[in-house]
Design a protein around this ligand. Structure first.
Ligand SMILES: NC(=O)c1ccc[n+]([C@@H]2O[C@H](COP(=O)([O-])OP(=O)(O)OC[C@H]3O[C@@H](n4cnc5c(N)ncnc54)[C@H](O)[C@@H]3O)[C@@H](O)[C@H]2O)c1
Length: 407
């Protein structure tokens, strides 16, 4: 990193590992920082990107603007000008790369799920702790201004003591049985299926807005047991393949759990249900929560991410929901739009994530989701799998150092 004291400019050297969907989104987020947050004086120098696909490595230089590319991620970690690394590889590489990054002393922004299970995620945490590096995890839904607002008013007591929650992360990206068998469906490459992919996001969102989950009882199911194969580094998991070679799906399409929340200031003993599906027909990316309290409730849906439904009060003729639109004053909204009604999008959430990561990297306030948050979410996900097989409630070991608890 080069820093000029007079102008307070921080030029941070960025390395990217894997140039798929998330690789592009991380890069766009770094590029947007000086425009969206000029007051921070943070800019990214895109130094080197790695992908085993030559085509994607070339794209990183020719289109995304990295100074060079490589087929070997180790070149990224060895580069002396790289300060921070975005790890956007398939899940099976996360632990290997993140642990190597920690050993190389590189701060990392790692996509979720950090590891393929709780144990692997804990191994990344151990390496990050030993190296004392800054970490950030791709829990982007936290950053939606309407979600930040919900967290804030819940913490202020607007809906009273939380009694119960409902969360659904319902996507249709694999609803079509001709949907490609990407790495996401193969256990050694992905770990769990929709649990790691979407339920981990939902668990983190509940940790962030409500507080830690301390016990779960779950079920899982694979709906489409075979799919046509997709070679690594080609297409996306949204691809439809006609007449392809059918191979078995090795992890679950659907998962659900009953949850019990640990005691905290707003959710003493609250209960809830959380569900995730990658084969839901109808919802496109309906990622929702409903949080009910003794004095009111809030509802959020990613498909309408700039809105929050709020009901406050239990008597009188005004009982019921009002729809509030994200506006300046809600999270980072004013950095993107000057007034309510003009919406933000998914990629904007990643810009906020990049900002939180790099502020923490330069020694500012640590609001970024971190590897301890990833461990907390992974413990919930692994417990659902354990519960689905043992048919028992599973207690969750609590994580220290998360940003999730109500503050
Ligand atoms: N936060 C979110 O909302 C979100 C959304 C999508 C994906 N993700 C996560 O991001 C990660 C990547 O997902 P994606 O959709 O971008 O995947 P993708 O399939 O689009 O891209 C993966 C890339 O990794 C490359 N790759 C494979 N082996 C490699 C290696 N050894 N070294 C370097 N590159 C290698 C592939 O060639 C490909 O370009 C996953 O962990 C996924 O769960 C997070």
């Amino acid at each position: 990193m080069s820093t000029s004291e007079n102008t307070k400019k921080h030029v941070i050297g960025v390395g990217l590992i894997s140039v798929g969907w998330m690789g592009k989104v991380h890069t766009k987020a770094y590029q947007a920082l000086p425009v969206v947050y000029p007051e921070l004086g943070i800019s990214a120098r895109l130094i080197i990107a790695a992908d085993t696909s030559q085509e994607r490595a070339d794209y990183a230089v020719n289109v995304l603007g990295y100074e060079k590319s490589t087929l070997d991620y180790k070149d990224v970690l060895a580069h002396p000008d790289v300060d921070v690394v975005s790890i956007c590889a398939p899940n099976f590489l996360h632990a290997e790369i993140a642990i190597a990054a920690a050993k190389a002393g590189k701060a990392f922004w790692l996509e979720k799920p950090a590891g393929r299970n709780a144990q692997e995620t804990e191994s990344i945490e151990t390496a990050a702790n030993a190296a004392g590096i800054i970490t950030s995890i791709g829990f982007n839904y936290r950053n939606a201004p309407a979600v930040e607002y919900a967290k804030k008013i819940i913490a202020e007591g607007a809906i009273g003591r939380i009694t119960n929650v409902r969360g659904t992360f319902f996507a249709d990206y694999s609803a079509d049985p001709r949907g490609a068998l990407s790495w996401r469906f193969i256990r050694k490459l992905a770990g769990s299926g929709v649990l790691g992919d979407l339920m981990g996001h939902l668990a983190d969102l509940m940790h962030y807005v409500v507080g830690p989950i301390d016990e779960v009882c779950g079920v899982t199911k694979t709906i489409h047991t075979q799919r046509p194969e997709l070679p690594m580094g080609t297409g996306t998991h949204f691809a439809i393949i006609e007449g392809g070679d059918m191979k078995p799906v090795e992890n679950e399409d659907y998962g659900a759990m009953l949850v019990h929340f640990a005691d905290n200031a707003v959710a003493a003993g609250a209960l809830g249900t959380l569900e995730a599906s990658r084969v839901a027909v109808g919802p496109r990316a309906r990622y929702t929560f409903e949080i009910y309290g003794t004095d009111g409730s809030v509802k959020w849906n990613f498909e309408r991410m700039n809105e929050l439904e709020l009901a406050v009060g239990i008597s009188g003729d005004k009982v019921g929901y009002q729809t509030i639109m994200a506006a300046p004053g809600f999270g980072d909204f004013s950095h993107f739009q000057p007034g309510a009604g003009t919406g933000m999008s998914y990629d904007d959430l990643k810009i906020i994530e990049a900002k939180k990561f790099l502020i923490s990297y330069i020694g500012g306030v640590s609001e970024n989701s971190n590897i301890h948050d990833a461990v907390a979410a992974a413990r919930v996900v692994s417990a659902v799998e354990e519960s689905a097989s043992s048919k028992k409630w599973i207690p969750i070991k609590q994580s220290v150092g998360t940003t999730a608890a109500i503050r």
